[in-house]
Design a protein around this ligand. Structure first.
Ligand SMILES: NC(=O)c1ccc[n+]([C@@H]2O[C@H](COP(=O)([O-])OP(=O)(O)OC[C@H]3O[C@@H](n4cnc5c(N)ncnc54)[C@H](OP(=O)(O)O)[C@@H]3O)[C@@H](O)[C@H]2O)c1
Length: 280
């Protein structure tokens, strides 16, 4: 941190990932501002805990910040970019959401300086054996990477254009979130056919390393995040379609997550809740 310049960074918005990344930037000596008007109490609590400054509106945030970092639901990435651009922001805009490369390129057109980004791993925690990765691409990636100074987040400036960081995320999450949706959908089918126990036993016996049974039953994580994953899977399907590759895998996965989205506010979901929603 010694010798680093202080930059004012606008963060939109302090979700589970955004607040943690914002806290790392504060720890690196920067001032991180966010726009609290109309946001939830949960977002405010996270922002306060991370030491972020509430400047109330996107207009003020756009005026004060030299860099804006967008970490929001992927389905909202374009609206957030439009709002920041409409506020006259003239600094460096970083979209680090799970969006398709074409979305990143469309957002880039709204700003004089744009850096593409994506995050792999959970909200960064110090001491994690595998640190969370923030991938960046496009001219200016090195400049944005230099804002960070914490081992909990490995920042990788890719040697590639705008779109490269987003494409990397599509390839990674297309597997992890695609197969998680497949596992839970197959378990629902097996239950409907009366062979759930037998299918789980065969998964465990034949595919122990793939942990399919465990992945088909992560009720808490799936219920809390399915609403957000649906938009991300839409982006992955669109990325596949761009290259005339089959997009049906990820459309189907998006459909699974949409079916589970109403569980978002369930206080203590279990695997029966997941399967009931899919089979309804
Ligand atoms: N969490 C992870 O483990 C993880 C891992 C890798 C990548 N990411 C990426 O990080 C990004 C953010 O994820 P997250 O985990 O921080 O999400 P999150 O915990 O669900 O938080 C989303 C934040 O965005 C705000 N928000 C909700 N709807 C919005 C909208 N329509 N427009 C603008 N802001 C909105 C929420 O504010 P209110 O609640 O106040 O509405 C909240 O502060 C996503 O692109 C995701 O793919 C997350």
């Amino acid at each position: 941190m010694a010798g680093m310049d202080t930059t004012v960074i606008g963060l939109v918005n302090p979700g589970a990932m955004g607040a943690t990344v914002g806290g790392l930037l504060v720890g690196a000596g920067h001032r991180v501002v966010w726009a609290g008007r109309d946001r939830s109490e949960a977002t405010r609590r996270r922002a306060d805990a991370a030491g972020l400054d509430d400047v109330s509106t996107i207009d003020v945030l756009a005026d004060r910040a030299a860099v804006v970092l967008s970490l929001c639901p992927p389905s909202a990435a374009m609206d957030v970019a439009d709002a920041v651009a409409a506020a006259g922001f003239d600094g460096t805009y970083v979209d680090a959401n799970a969006v398709r490369p074409a979305t990143a390129r469309a957002i880039a057109e709204r700003f004089a300086t744009f850096v593409d980004g994506s995050v792999v791993g959970g909200p960064p925690e110090s001491g994690d054996e595998t640190p969370t990765r923030l991938y960046l691409s496009g001219a200016g990636a090195d400049h944005v990477a230099a804002l960070f100074d914490d081992d909990a987040l490995e920042v990788v400036a890719l040697d590639g254009p705008v779109g490269a960081a987003s494409a990397l995320k599509m390839g990674f999450a297309g597997w992890t979130k695609g197969t998680a949706a497949l596992a839970v959908a197959l378990r629902a089918m097996a239950r409907a056919e009366g062979v759930e126990g037998e299918v789980l036993a065969e998964w465990d016996r034949s595919l122990p390393g793939m942990r399919v049974t465990e992945r088909s039953g992560r009720a808490g994580a799936l219920a809390a995040k399915a609403w957000r994953f649906a938009g991300e899977l839409d982006e992955i399907a669109a990325t596949m379609a761009t290259h005339d590759l089959p997009d049906g895998f990820h459309h189907a996965a998006a459909e699974v997550y949409r079916s589970l989205a109403p569980l978002r506010d369930h206080p203590d979901p279990d695997v029966d809740d997941l399967l009931d929603h899919l089979l309804d």
